[in-house]
Unconditional design. Structure first.
Ligand code: RIB
Length: 295
């Protein structure tokens, strides 16, 4: 089978991760018990997830001209992500995410740095790779006008787009409609689309609900794919794994339900290791997991 071409347009961050026994409240200092710096950023994570599952993955994004940027570029190259569309920004810091982990849950602050330089002009310079893609993946850690521009470009060019609206930012109804699929979690879905999304958007929504699985509309009826019963170590990057895997499956021609099921299993594997990218499965590991666990 020809490898699908997945283009991810999004953020690259260095994740500064501290594990604690409690989240600090305002004005409080708590002692952490473990610290690590690991590659992250929703764009980079989704690119790694898709590459590990066998797609040809192009990433369009930016790093700063600092040590974190160099580490992120090497990590992506090691994961076989095609990096010719990631250019460093001079005199700028690479994006960072400060992550506090407690009780298998997280709180995250993202400082975008160089990610703010993924502008419309930058997209135009790298438009060729978008136009040869089987599918495009977007998230919301780059400027909103860029996201709206890519949605319009892909819509006009007939290229399917999965938009993961995380972190949640409002777009115009017209922009949401240009996405092929929208993949919020439950909180993002409520914030952005309310309890009763318009009927135009309802069929685009694929809502990830953590251990409860995934819900989506197809041909007018609500469907649910159950979550897997696994013990989570770190849920950071679960949504990114889901999006990367779903994009690969859709680009390979799987049905929507089959693509969601495949992605749901990939996310279940991803949360069993530390770090956003630590547990993202290879194709072989994912297929083995599915074979071993599906009767
Ligand atoms: O989705 C997880 C990611 O969100 C982290 O890797 C962090 O960089 C933030 O972008």
């Amino acid at each position: 089978m020809k490898k699908p071409i997945v283009t991810v347009i999004g953020s690259l961050n260095m994740d500064l991760v501290t594990q604690t026994n409690s989240f600090p409240v305002q004005g409080e200092t708590v002692i952490g018990n473990h610290f690590m710096t690991v590659p992250g950023g929703k764009g980079a994570n989704q690119a790694v997830a898709a590459a590990r599952l066998g797609a040809d993955v192009h990433l369009i994004g930016r790093v700063g001209d600092d040590a974190f940027g160099e580490v992120l570029l090497k990590n992506l190259t090691d994961n076989r992500v095609i990096m010719s569309n990631v250019e460093p920004v001079t005199d700028c810091a690479t994006g960072v995410a400060t992550i506090i982990l407690h009780d298998h849950d997280n709180r995250i602050i993202v400082t975008p740095g160089a990610n703010n330089y993924v502008t419309k002009e930058y997209i135009l310079q790298h438009e060729n790779v978008i136009l040869i893609s089987d599918i495009v993946l977007l998230q919301m850690e780059i400027p909103l006008p860029t996201i709206e521009f890519v949605l319009e470009l892909c819509d006009t060019s007939g290229i399917p787009v999965v938009l993961n609206p995380a972190p949640a930012h409002q777009l115009s109804e017209e922009s949401w409609q240009r996405a092929t699929y929208l993949t919020p979690n439950e909180t993002e879905k409520e914030l952005l689309f309310g309890k009763e999304p318009s009927r135009y958007l309802r069929e685009k929504l694929i809502v990830t609900e953590g251990k409860h699985g995934v819900s989506f509309f197809e041909s007018g009826s609500l469907n649910r794919i159950d979550g897997w019963s696994v013990t989570p170590v770190d849920t950071t990057g679960a949504g990114d794994t889901f999006n990367g895997a779903m994009a690969v499956a859709l680009a390979e021609g799987k049905s929507l339900a089959a693509a969601i099921s495949f992605a749901n299993a990939a996310a279940a594997l991803s949360i069993q290791k530390l770090g956003a990218q630590g547990g993202m499965p290879t194709r072989q590991a994912l297929e083995q997991f599915i074979t071993d666990n599906c009767p």
